[in-house]
Design a protein around this ligand. Structure first.
Ligand SMILES: *Cc1c(COP(=O)(O)O)cnc(C)c1O
Length: 394
């Protein structure tokens, strides 16, 4: 999809967050996007749909997830750290909240199959899980190079009954898988539903995925009210790849005085270091070279290995409502080890980025001693054991 812009100005104008967002897709995809937008608006206003989704997230995915006070780490840092435990959901990350919502929407729309693209395989696995549960066949497009690198997740998707389609064009990675998935969708838009994995893509995906993830922030808001004397934490911190776990977390606190902090990987810092551009059907901030070409992202955390950021984050940054900071690979690894040893919780390396910022900033003017901090643990570290075995100095 790269930088192709053939949609009309009116199409580009829908779903804006300030100057970002919109719908930059080939004209042939506009009706498919609009059908999803209409169906989502209806479903989200329907207590029946929301009740069924809430029940599924409860009886299947393990919600509500706990809010865990990190007591030993807090004592060491001099700030009160509360962990929102998305690592405890079925499949081990927040991605399940979104795919369950979209798979139920697909079924409500009468669609008979799901399409997804995946880089490292995590969104593919989540979509394959939702497809198996709801009886919808799943086709996951994956770059050939990623298929080779991620044998475990490829097998996991096949175990769950999904078809994994290796994409041999271009750089044979996520960008090419996304283009292939979009082509498959255009060709069969009456039967297929395209399941996007973060708060990115053409309208309505950034808004819809945030709404499916806001369960994180809404639960945490209620839990903080009983856990903290002030009811609301001073800081709300989450890692940012495309930005879905952060968007869902922030949604619960954006109307409070809490300071919102999004933590990106140094090599995937669209919000902190990007410039305005268009990719994957939306306008936002992307890492670019001096010719305006989108740069490839590099992070030790596969989920943060994305050159851009969801449009709402770009907007929150411009407004000054949220700030975006970066953490280096080595700091994230150290933070993962530290949480494992102080709290008995090995986090996903993505989530460890959020924690690394807290560890680094605690006791400085940026995050003064005595502050209260909510950190979303987006996922568990099981998937990262091999990385930790080579990277962590124990
Ligand atoms: C995919 C993933 C992320 C990054 O995605 P966002 O859309 O930015 O939330 C973060 N953490 C984990 C564990 C992931 O699997």
């Amino acid at each position: 999809m790269s930088s192709i812009t053939v949609a009309s100005e009116a199409d580009q104008a829908v779903g804006r967050f300030g100057g970002y967002g919109g719908r930059y897709v080939p004209e042939s995809l506009i009706p498919a996007c609009q059908a999803v937008a209409d169906a989502f608006a209806q479903a989200w206003a329907d207590p029946g749909f929301r009740g069924s989704l809430a029940r599924l997230l409860s009886v299947y995915a393990g919600r509500p997830t706990p809010l865990t006070p990190a007591l030993r780490l807090s004592a060491e840092l001099g700030v009160t750290v509360l962990l929102k435990r998305e690592d405890l959901t079925h499949t081990g990350s927040h991605k399940i909240n979104n795919v369950m919502g979209q798979a139920m929407l697909a079924r409500r729309m009468g669609r008979t199959r799901l399409i997804a693209e995946t880089g490292a395989g995590m969104h593919g696995v989540a979509t394959a899980t939702a497809g198996a549960l709801l009886g919808l066949p799943v086709k996951v497009f994956m770059g050939e190079r990623d298929v080779e690198r991620q044998a475990h997740n490829v097998f996991r998707m096949r175990l769950l009954g999904a078809e994994v389609v290796p994409v041999a064009t271009g750089s044979r990675t996520l960008k090419d898988a996304t283009s292939a998935a979009m082509r498959d969708w255009v060709a069969d838009a009456d039967e297929a539903y395209y399941c996007v994995g973060s708060v990115i893509g053409p309208h309505p995906y950034p808004t819809m995925v945030r709404e499916f993830q806001r369960v994180i922030g809404d639960e945490a808001r209620r839990q903080c009210a009983t856990e903290l004397p002030a009811a609301v934490p001073d800081y709300v911190v989450a890692c940012v790849g495309g930005g879905s776990n952060a968007a869902g977390t922030f949604a619960g606190f954006v109307d409070t005085d809490a300071k919102l902090v999004g933590v990106e990987a140094e090599g995937g810092s669209g919000a902190a270091n990007g410039e305005i551009g268009v990719l994957h059907g939306f306008q936002s901030l992307f890492l670019q070279d001096e010719h305006g070409q989108i740069r490839e992202a590099h992070s030790i955390a596969a989920g943060l290995d994305y050159p851009g950021v969801g449009p709402e984050h770009a907007y929150l940054r411009d407004l000054g409502r949220a700030r975006y900071v970066t953490v280096a690979d080595a700091e994230a690894i150290a933070a993962a080890v530290r949480l494992a040893r102080t709290e008995g919780i090995p986090p996903a390396i993505e989530s460890a980025h959020a924690l690394a910022w807290v560890i680094d900033a605690a006791g400085t003017s940026v995050l003064p001693s005595g502050s209260t901090v909510l950190v979303t643990l987006s996922g568990r570290g099981d998937k990262d054991l091999t990385t930790l075995m080579t990277e962590a100095e124990l």
